[in-house]
Design a protein around this ligand. Structure first.
Ligand SMILES: [Zn+2]
Ligand SMILES: [Zn+2]
Length: 375
């Protein structure tokens, strides 16, 4: 299809001033803009045609080439010598200039290219001791950083991105789906409005490369599973000069062989001998600061909990430290020798005549009697 004369497209005289060109283009662009003519192919074509005409005529050197050679002077596909003047037009600049006052903020980040990088999440496994006391760890995070070869542009050194031909630099395309016309991010330029004809070899046109980043993370004392530490700007690099995202280090505290944690309190189970439980005594129990002595009164039953104040965790958000709760479990002796059996057998006989030695059992037998009596 033969191209129409650019002046004719814009409806201006050959000698039109810059202001007249701009005014004419504004009028046409507003009229045929895809946002106002959803699904209208003719409007879309008119819009693209006006864009192309304005792109050439608004540039003094291109306009000169066009005036002299016609379309051959500015269309690189025609291969004319003067085509060199065409270069890589920065279409989005023109577009931004003309449209910023009409669509201020309305198009979000989909146009203009610069996009904030994604936030990243890193799961940090910590031992309970590290979580309670705080620590500094070195982590390695795979992330996208700005390509140094092309400074993030994605274009080969000495070249620059050109206007996307699929969306005409808008970054959005209209798709017909049944009765509906939906606006979508341009699949070719992914919304940037530009495409790279000569991609940078290092990043294959992405402008960003994957890299293992080594970071030092300071973990404050008292953190717990699910707590997040935010490292501002350590996420993925932004696209085309956009700001970097953040890195969220999410804490996961490993299970501890002795202690269970519930918020600021710690729990542990301490086995005690049947004799210690009966006679009372002093036990050594573990805490995160080392062993401490715990007095057990005589007649201690299994399951009894002893509270060691302040031996829990000082919460990361402040406040008093929690407690350590030691639950004793009376252990039945095993692998008894002959003498031990004799002693226990003798001991058993002493119990049989007096139920007052077995507070639980006597209560239990009472209950059982009532239960069978009711039947
Ligand atoms: Zn690159
Ligand atoms: Zn596009």
């Amino acid at each position: 299809m033969a191209k129409r004369d650019y002046y004719e497209v814009l409806g201006v005289e050959r000698g039109a001033s810059e202001a007249e060109l701009k005014k004419a283009y504004r009028r046409l662009a507003m009229k045929h803009h895809p946002d106002r003519n959803p699904g209208d192919k003719a409007a879309e074509d008119a819009f693209k045609e006006a864009n192309e005409a304005y792109e050439v005529l608004s540039d003094a050197s291109k306009r000169q080439a066009y005036d002299q050679y016609g379309h051959a002077g500015v269309d690189p596909q025609m291969g004319a010598g003067a085509g060199a003047a065409y270069g890589g037009a920065n279409f989005s600049d023109i577009f931004g200039d003309v449209f910023s006052d009409f669509f201020a903020g309305g198009r979000g980040s989909s146009r203009g290219g610069a996009q904030r990088g994604s936030d990243l999440r890193y799961t940090l496994e910590l031992d309970l001791e590290e979580a309670v006391r705080g620590t500094t760890v070195t982590i390695r995070v795979p992330t996208l950083v700005e390509c140094k070869t092309c400074d993030g542009s994605g274009a080969k050194k000495g070249t620059s991105p050109v206007t996307c031909t699929t969306c005409g630099g808008i970054g959005q395309v209209r798709m017909q789906q049944g009765f509906f016309s939906v606006q979508q991010t341009c699949p070719r330029c992914h919304g940037s409005g530009k495409m790279i004809s000569d991609p940078c070899g290092s990043c294959h046109g992405q402008g960003r490369v994957e890299e293992q980043k080594t970071l030092s993370v300071k973990v404050p004392p008292g953190v717990d599973t699910g707590d997040r530490i935010r490292l501002t700007g350590e996420g993925e690099a932004g696209a085309q000069g956009g700001p970097a995202g953040d890195l969220y280090v999410v804490v996961n505290v490993r299970e501890h062989p002795i202690f269970q944690r519930d918020g600021k309190h710690l729990y542990c189970e301490v086995p005690i001998s049947f004799a210690d439980a009966a006679l009372g005594g002093e036990l050594e129990v573990p805490t995160l600061d080392g062993r401490v002595k715990l007095k057990i009164p005589e007649g201690t039953q299994t399951g009894k909990q002893f509270r060691l104040r302040g031996k829990g965790v000082a919460p990361v958000r402040g406040g008093a430290a929690g407690d350590l709760l030691c639950r004793v479990a009376v252990e039945t002796p095993v692998n008894l020798g002959k003498r031990q059996r004799e002693l226990l057998d003798e001991f058993r006989k002493t119990l049989q005549s007096d139920s007052s030695h077995s507070p639980k059992a006597s209560g239990w037998f009472e209950g059982m009697k009532r239960f069978f009596g009711d039947l």
